[in-house]
Design a protein around this ligand. Structure first.
Ligand code: HSE
Length: 349
């Protein structure tokens, strides 16, 4: 019998509790043992919710309970989440997170701490919502030399751009719809200004190139200055406007950027619409590999959290092979991105 705790009962936390209820049989079959959520930590009153009987407000209850072997952190941010993550790992519990900010800013440190404490630190849900992309890079592509990684990494902004383009509605109307559908961050400026995409490309670049790429070293622009006129002009010229995170191996380091790009309509990324995300990898031997799916939303993201939780109780295999990201112990040298531009929008080559 194994038990887990979920930190945070927002969109992803409530989705994870729901996912465990709906998929109990499959979860326990894959885990090879009974496996359930024992606690849900939140400062809010959870009476009347599905988590009512699991609610705690004091993290030390979880920290000191030897029956809890897996902690899923879905609070967001890098203050409380960072403190709880370190304490959980030091208490010998595997740490699963969907928190992009935490992984992008503290990933190398937490991976090292997890290795020292013999537990998992897994973050499949931090990039691409329900799309399996972290584990394929870590495992299936681990022996190839990756040359570039890029993609549409934010569901909210892709939804907004798609709605503006297809329905000729304003930016604000489209943002409201994305918020109502549960795609946006609590503070949607992280989506709109490109910070969420930046954190995700930093995580992918760190995995792909084996050095931590920190968000503050990446030039970042969002879609807040994109107008309906920009979208119409791009359409006439044969392009779609997409917010991309992009990283490529260059001499002596990596180049990483977050910006709106003019993407030729013939490019695979041009047809990725609505809340969908796509990640395009280029391997020296593998060539192009593309991942596509729902990049945001309650249940797709909860599914990725739950599968990391099950993996943590099921196997020790992938924690015994530390990521190169940890071994190198050093920061990537990030060089400026070279690209053609059209006004404030880059052109995808
Ligand atoms: N706000 C994020 C997005 C959620 O829209 O993609 C998933 O990380």
């Amino acid at each position: 019998m194994s038990y887990a705790a979920v930190l945070g009962y927002g969109t992803v936390g409530s989705g994870t509790v729901e996912f465990f209820r709906k998929n109990k049989a499959a979860i326990e079959k894959r885990a090879g043992q009974p496996f359930n959520i024992k606690y849900v930590l939140d400062t809010r009153d959870l009476r009347g919710t599905e988590a009512e009987s699991l609610a705690v407000t004091d993290f030390s209850v979880i920290e000191n309970d030897p029956e809890v072997t897996v902690v899923a952190e879905v609070i967001g941010g890098a203050t409380f989440a960072y403190d709880f993550a370190k304490r959980a790992i030091k208490a010998g519990k595997s740490l699963i997170t969907s928190n992009k900010e935490l992984v992008a800013t503290k990933g190398a440190e937490l991976l090292k701490l997890a290795n020292e404490n013999g537990v998992h630190f897994s973050f499949e849900a931090s990039v691409g919502g329900g799309i399996p992309v972290i584990r394929p890079i870590k495992q299936c592509l681990s022996t190839d030399v990756l040359q570039s990684v890029s993609g549409i990494l934010n569901g909210t902004t892709n939804y907004i751009l798609t709605r503006m383009e297809n329905d000729s509605i304003t930016f604000q109307q489209a943002l409201k719809q994305a918020q109502d559908l549960g795609y946006a961050e609590r503070d949607p400026s992280a989506d709109v200004l490109g910070h969420d995409t930046c954190r995700k490309i930093c995580i992918l670049a760190s995995l792909a190139f084996g050095r931590q790429v920190y968000p503050e070293s990446v030039s970042t622009a969002g879609i807040d200055k994109i107008t309906l006129d920009d979208i119409r002009q791009a359409d006439k010229d044969g392009y779609k406007i997409k917010l991309l995170g992009a990283a490529k191996r260059v001499e002596d380091g990596v180049s990483v950027i977050t910006a709106p790009f003019l993407v030729p309509k013939s490019n695979q990324l041009a047809n990725v619409g609505d809340v969908f995300n796509a990640v395009l990898l280029e391997g020296e031997s593998t060539g192009d590999v593309m991942f596509y799916g729902r990049g945001a939303g309650k249940m797709p993201t909860a599914s990725a959290v739950a599968s990391d939780m099950v993996n943590a109780v099921k196997t020790n295999a992938d924690r015994s092979a530390p990521l190169p990201w940890v071994d190198s112990g050093s920061q990537a040298f990030v060089k400026p991105w070279q690209s053609g531009t059209s006004g404030n929008i880059l052109t995808l080559e």
